[in-house]
Write a protein that binds this ligand. Structure first.
Ligand SMILES: C[S@@+](CC[C@H](N)C(=O)[O-])C[C@H]1O[C@@H](n2cnc3c(N)ncnc32)[C@H](O)[C@@H]1O
Length: 276
């Protein structure tokens, strides 16, 4: 039985980066696609209360959303993320998960599929999203789901956010990447990963580079010195089949700005943005 609960980590530095980029890319997709088919393979339960035994335990949100929530700069992606949170939460004291972020900005014509394997989290997600009518919530394995559902005829927007509690999650990600040029060739995919061990991280990225995928952008944001520390030293995203011309410029600006706000040490490696 797996014990990962996103509640312990919600609103941390990795959530901030992934949700800013997710919102940005979904909003771009809305401009050209009147009915988006969206799949969140690892949904979590959608609502994370600050005052709860989970978020209160390690208070990871203090190094994430709390550092950025009073942002006074001009970056439009950060401002949009913060105003979306305010719209969703109102006066309620919680951090939204990816299903609520996307449900709240989706059009009624979009079709949203949320997979969550764990029964309790799945039941909570159903309760937390009950006001949305364009969604389907599935108590199923998100990796299996996309292999059955996605096909090369149709454009899906897929968000893959595993916990990597089991190493096999990294292998499943490689399997998806092996199928980009056939099964997923029309789809846009975002894959999140943690930087836990710098050598393993290098190997992970080198193996991806060797696949020769034609359009894969890698974003990585260190928050502390790689190698000197244990635990999650940063996090990254693989963005596949996103072709909008302004993406690289906008992502570069936003990740540099986020890194400056949420870094936990000085003189760390700069954030990375590149085609793999
Ligand atoms: C990192 S959390 C997701 C956080 C969420 N995407 C967000 O941004 O708010 C990963 C979730 O995936 C669930 N999970 C783990 N393995 C899964 C699988 N194979 N298929 C679907 N859900 C899974 C876990 O129970 C957990 O709730």
């Amino acid at each position: 039985m797996l014990s990962y609960k996103h509640g312990y980590h919600a609103g941390n530095h990795a959530d901030v980066i992934k949700h800013i980029v997710l919102l940005y890319l979904y909003n771009i997709e809305k401009k050209t696609n009147k009915s988006i088919s969206y799949i969140d393979t690892h949904s979590g339960n959608g609502i994370y209360k600050y005052i709860s035994k989970y978020m209160d335990k390690n208070k990871e949100y203090k190094d994430g959303i709390k550092k950025i929530q009073n942002y006074k700069g001009n970056n439009i992606l950060i401002k949009n993320y913060l105003s979306t949170i305010t719209k969703i939460t109102g006066k309620n004291n919680f951090y939204p998960g990816s299903p609520i972020f996307i449900s709240s900005i989706s059009s009624k014509k979009d079709k949203l599929f949320f997979c969550e394997l764990h029964n309790n989290e799945h039941n909570l997600l159903k309760k937390n999203l009950n006001k949305y009518t364009n969604i389907k919530i599935l108590n199923t394995d998100g990796f299996d789901y996309i292999f059955n559902k996605v096909n090369k005829e149709k454009n899906y927007f897929v968000f893959i956010d595993p916990s990597y509690e089991i190493k096999d999650d990294f292998n499943k990600v490689q399997l998806i990447l092996n199928n980009i040029d056939n099964l997923f060739s029309k789809s846009k995919i975002i894959i999140w990963y943690p930087v836990l061990d710098i050598l393993e991280n290098d190997t992970f990225l080198q193996n991806i580079r060797k696949k020769g995928i034609s359009n894969i952008i890698n974003v990585e944001v260190p928050i502390m010195k790689y190698g000197d520390n244990i635990g999650m030293q940063g996090s990254g995203l693989l963005l596949i089949n996103f072709t909008n011309r302004s993406i690289m410029k906008n992502l570069k600006e936003v990740i540099n700005e986020i890194q400056n706000i949420i870094k936990q040490e000085e003189n760390i490696t700069r954030s990375k943005l590149r085609y793999l």
